[in-house]
Design a protein around this ligand. Structure first.
Ligand code: ASP
Ligand code: MG
Length: 419
């Protein structure tokens, strides 16, 4: 008898009716002859509401108390789902992170799972019970409650699938599948039947909000096949995510994402000497600011200085502004610009490895529209271009056409992007 892990997101368990619907999906998997472990997120907007509530009390809630608060959301949905399954005549038991023994590092708000204890879950599975586990939470060696970062239930599910050597990990949410690009921007975007961990990771990092990136990393590491599917369309198998070596690669580009959640920072005229980039990025790292695209310009012969440009999350601008005086003191730049009017458009595809000309095709397509590229970054399977926000939709639509990511004629969508 194989083990299947099913994970249901907040919209799938948003109210009592939906929880009953999830109970049917779980029972169906059990009746297929599987042992079933279910992971749930908090109901609907519970986590957002708890965060809001804490902010009404204090602007700086202690991280430890925040984790205790936020971990309650998942406990509500897990117990209600266990009741719904029992009500339908099947045996189910719910367990929180502490009861299972989902061991994490001692880092509040963004802990990583280090180990999952097997005994308790195994005992219930052996007794033919469905086990429902609270997502997004764990416990440290010292018995402190931790959470895994927003969207972390996906990672709980994959980690459980890896620990129990499950046949698959199905992530049920309100999206039916992974699409070639955002269907809100390109209405003819196609559903991907299959994609690779590598492509999914790049898409998740560049702003396709389908899966928690760490869940995909974990699945890749342990070779857990994942499926993204809808809890409202149980017959639709959604998208299968597997290793790139198991896939047949037909197209160079499988997906396209657009991210308007970053800003560009340009530090002008940084003296061109060893150590300055190290100092700059160490200052950012000390504040926990993660940096995405980085460009250092060619040193100009007259002034012996470089410009260093990089992108950070919009939400981190205030933290960045706090270290501007230090940056000025350490490297005496002539200016520091923060440019909010940007969007990052990225094409992703494992099929672009060893295939020349993909970058040229992308840049030419943007040039034809008169769109200026402000920054470029690449990985083996991704090319990202930073453009002005007002051109982002146009760029997405054109690139979908060039790389055949949509079926029919592309809709002519222009204007600002949905955030
Ligand atoms: N409830 C948590 C959140 O909203 C975890 C999750 O949904 O995956 O971020
Ligand atoms: Mg989620």
């Amino acid at each position: 008898m194989g083990i299947v892990v099913q994970k249901f997101g907040g919209t799938s368990v948003a109210d009592a009716e939906k929880i009953k619907n999830v109970a049917d999906a779980v029972i169906r998997e059990k009746l297929n002859g599987n042992k079933v472990i279910v992971v749930v997120s908090a109901m609907g907007h519970t986590t957002d509401n708890l965060i809001k509530l804490s902010k009404e009390i204090t602007t700086k809630p202690p991280e430890r108390e925040m984790d205790i608060l936020l971990s309650t959301g998942e406990q509500v949905s897990m117990s209600l789902l266990a009741m719904a399954i029992n009500e339908k005549g099947h045996k189910a038991v719910s367990l929180n992170g502490m009861q299972v023994g989902i061991m994490t590092e001692p880092k509040h708000g963004r802990a990583r799972i280090v180990d999952i204890k097997q005994e308790r879950v195994k005992k219930y599975l052996d007794n033919d019970e469905i086990v429902i586990v609270a997502g997004f939470q764990g416990i440290t060696e010292d018995g402190e409650i931790t959470t895994l970062g927003r969207g972390g239930s996906d990672t709980s599910a994959v980690a459980l699938a890896a620990a129990f050597n499950a046949d698959r990990c199905d992530i049920y949410s309100d999206v039916e599948a992974v699409y070639t690009t955002d269907p809100r921007v390109v209405p003819t975007a196609q559903k991907l039947k299959v994609t690779s961990y590598e492509e999914m990771l790049e898409l998740a990092r560049v702003g396709a909000n389908v899966l928690h990136p760490r869940s995909v990393e974990t699945a890749k590491l342990f070779g857990v096949p994942m499926r993204v599917r809808s809890s409202f369309k149980l017959d639709d198998l959604g998208t299968l995510i597997i290793g790139v070596e198991e896939m047949e690669l037909h197209k160079p580009v499988t997906g396209l994402a657009c991210d308007s959640s970053q800003v560009r920072v340009v530090i002008c005229d940084v003296p061109d000497k060893p150590g300055n980039a190290g100092k700059l990025f160490a200052l950012l790292a000390e504040r926990g600011l993660s940096v995405d695209m980085i460009i250092q310009s060619y040193a100009r012969s007259n002034g012996n200085t470089n410009d260093i440009a990089f992108t950070i999350d919009k939400g981190d601008v205030a933290k960045f502004e706090e270290i501007i005086p230090e940056i000025k003191e350490v490297m005496n730049p002539s200016n520091i610009h923060i440019d909010e009017d940007i969007a990052k458009v990225s094409i992703v595809g494992a099929g672009m490895i060893d295939r020349p000309g993909i970058a040229a095709q992308m840049f030419e397509a943007l040039a034809e529209l008169g769109i200026n590229i402000k920054m470029i970054s690449t990985s083996e399977i991704k090319i990202s271009c930073l453009v002005e926000k007002c051109h982002a939709k146009e760029a997405v639509v054109a690139l979908c056409k060039v790389f055949e990511l949509d079926g029919a004629a592309v809709a002519d969508v222009k204007g600002d992007l949905p955030d």
